[in-house]
Design a protein around this ligand. Structure first.
Ligand code: AMP
Length: 409
């Protein structure tokens, strides 16, 4: 089945055309036929990029005034590049939807009821859900006969028990405003956990895992027998690890103190927390880990400190989630930093030998952007690098939801 995976933002659409079915999933040979993006939608300088491997990327800049025009143009280009013979070959659309609240614990075919529930979650993710929904409306117009499926970033974490998702606020805030830990990056954590079990031929019940998605946004998850039992992001993607531009865990009273000292508004504070903290904030120069590693090697003390805070936070969560799980079989690194940076993985795992984590320096150094083990043979916990593939999991979920096949993850 050819599935179009859409990730819709305020002025962009990212897409992948993926071929999948039961046999291809089983043999891990389902594949991306084409991928691309339309950016700066709403301007006369929108950029459409399409790659149909092995051909080089096509890039055009032109006027594209809304998301419907963008999707229509993207599909026409897929046809021009022979990725599809015509639009009817696209048999389903899978949408990345950031927030499913407490309502969605799995991917679902979108109907009027589901649409309403996603709408109800807009308050929880005002920067994302409206655009994800727009993707659905537009795809429905362009391909009215085609089933559409919502795959939620939060769904995987709905198995967290109350003691992991409740904050120490008055209970009424949970009841009235649904304030609790939701967690994000669920599709990525679920994908790498699934791959880990495939690689080691384990059933869900046979693997307790800690997964670390380290990209521009970062989160870690404790997975017990295939179920998320705790995760580091919270009510919003602000909590937990240090990130590119977000500070992660912080004493909330420090924020009031800054607001009163610098006379900041709520809006100012929100901008500060989203754009100027984390690696960028501490280093004072960049949110890009590659630049910080280079700067640190040249003696830049703030870049070095930013890296140390980043890795120490990961180590703390490894400790916390080891306690939550009781027994850990595997630790998985993924995301741009997790997949590509031996130095960060080594620093985050330094001194964890007593806890059963021993990194093999040669394996670690060679595992860049590919799947494989980086722990020593003697390490009790298998430490893995597994490149994430959220689009592939969205396509697989879409296929199963459309066919009514239960999800084995
Ligand atoms: P993502 O959001 O998953 O695309 O990840 C983006 C982050 O990955 C940025 O901080 C990049 O600097 C980082 N990254 C990508 N490649 C490398 C690398 N080779 N070494 C260190 N960090 C990297």
């Amino acid at each position: 089945m050819k599935i179009l995976v859409l990730n819709c933002g305020s002025s962009s659409i990212k897409f992948q055309l993926i071929e999948t079915d039961i046999e291809l999933i089983e043999s891990n040979t389902d594949r991306c036929i084409a991928k691309g993006s339309v950016e700066r939608i709403g301007t006369d300088e929108a950029t459409l990029k399409v790659t149909v491997p092995p051909n080089p990327t096509i890039s055009v800049t032109e006027e594209i005034l809304d998301h419907q025009a963008a999707l229509t143009r993207a599909i026409a280009t897929l046809k021009d590049c022979h990725a599809v013979a015509d639009i009817t070959q696209i048999q389903a659309v899978g949408h990345r939807v950031v927030h499913g609240g407490e309502h969605f614990s799995a991917s679902v075919v979108i109907d009027d009821k589901v649409e309403e529930e996603i709408q109800n979650c807009v308050e929880l993710a005002p920067l994302h859900n409206p655009h994800n929904l727009r993707g659905y409306f537009v795809a429905r117009k362009v391909m009215p006969q085609v089933p559409q499926v919502a795959v939620f970033d939060t769904a995987f974490h709905q198995t967290m028990p109350g003691h992991a998702f409740m904050y120490g606020l008055p209970y009424s805030y949970y009841r009235r405003y649904h304030i609790r830990r939701y967690g994000f990056h669920g599709t990525s954590h679920r994908y790498v956990a699934f791959r880990y079990r495939k690689i080691f031929d384990k059933k869900r019940e046979e693997a307790n895992l800690i997964t670390a998605h380290l990209g521009n946004g970062c989160s870690m998850t404790a997975i017990e027998k295939g179920r998320s039992i705790d995760t580091s992001m919270g009510f919003t993607p602000q909590e937990g690890l240090l990130m590119g531009t977000r500070c992660g865990d912080i004493d909330p009273a420090a924020l009031f103190y800054i607001m009163s000292k610098d006379e900041l508004t709520l809006h100012d504070m929100s901008t500060l927390l989203n754009k100027f903290c984390g690696l960028y904030g501490i280093s004072g120069e960049s949110n890009d880990m590659r630049e910080l590693i280079t700067a640190s090697a040249k003696g830049d003390e703030q870049a070095k400190l930013a890296i140390e805070v980043f890795c120490y936070r990961i180590k703390k969560y490894i400790g916390a989630y080891s306690a939550s799980l009781g027994h850990v079989d595997g630790l998985v690194f993924t995301g741009g930093i997790g997949e590509n940076s031996p130095a960060i993985r080594a620093l985050a795992c330094e001194g964890l030998g007593e806890m059963g984590i021993q990194i093999d320096p040669d394996r670690n150094a060679s595992m860049v952007g590919k799947e494989g083990e980086i722990s020593t043979d003697a390490s009790r916990i298998r430490v893995m690098v597994i490149p994430t593939n959220e689009e592939l999991l969205i396509a697989r979920d879409t296929f199963r939801a459309v066919r009514g096949i239960p999800n084995p993850h």
